[in-house]
Write a protein that binds this ligand. Sequence first.
Ligand code: ADP
Length: 217
Amino acid sequence: MLLAKKNLVFLGAPGSGKGTLAKMLLEEVPLAHISTGDLLRAEKASGSELGKQLAAIMDAGKLVTDELVGEMVKARLSKPDCAAGFILDGYPRTLKQAEMLNGILAAIGKKLDAVIYLDVADEVVLERLTARETCSKCGAIFNKLSMKSAKPGICDHCGGALVQRSDDSLETARGRLEVFHSTTSPLVDFYRKSGLLVTLGDNGKEQKLKDLLSALR
Ligand code: ADP
């Protein structure tokens, strides 16, 4: 499938389904998937000095500095696989990051085609986050309420153990949602003004994918 719009940002509260929708879109089109959360978790798991600093920030549900995430995203966007298009999943999350992203893209001769906003109510997001299970091996996402694995605690795709992310406890999830409202949600207006915003309602995964594909054609 060929899309007219292929340089994308996915914007939404934690637990709004950015990662899940990104994976569904990737089954239709070969875009590079850039999840800053995954990149940061990989650094954290490496046990490096930087990883230890990241763990303290991320486990508290706070945001990593704009500069650090910006460096990471710039390096990733410069890789050849991004030529076919990319999904920035979880980046930008602050106005400063959005401005930095414009600079990064201009410097490497690219531009954004659309910003996909997943508009989901807070109660729904909190329920999803605290019931979320993530595969410790392949990163696949399940949900104890709505998207159960066939065998409890075991990944359907690779047989890895399913775990709760350390920042998905109720208290930290609430904190992350507050960070979203105070710091990230101004980006909705920012991108609406630049004419890039596509808002998807919370009307089921399959419908969302259909709406997304028709907005990108
Ligand atoms: P979610 O979208 O469910 O919050 P992510 O995997 O995107 O989860 O992010 C997990 C954590 O990684 C965040 O709470 C934050 O600490 C850090 N992080 C991810 N992306 C960014 C970003 N763009 N800017 C700052 N911190 C980030």
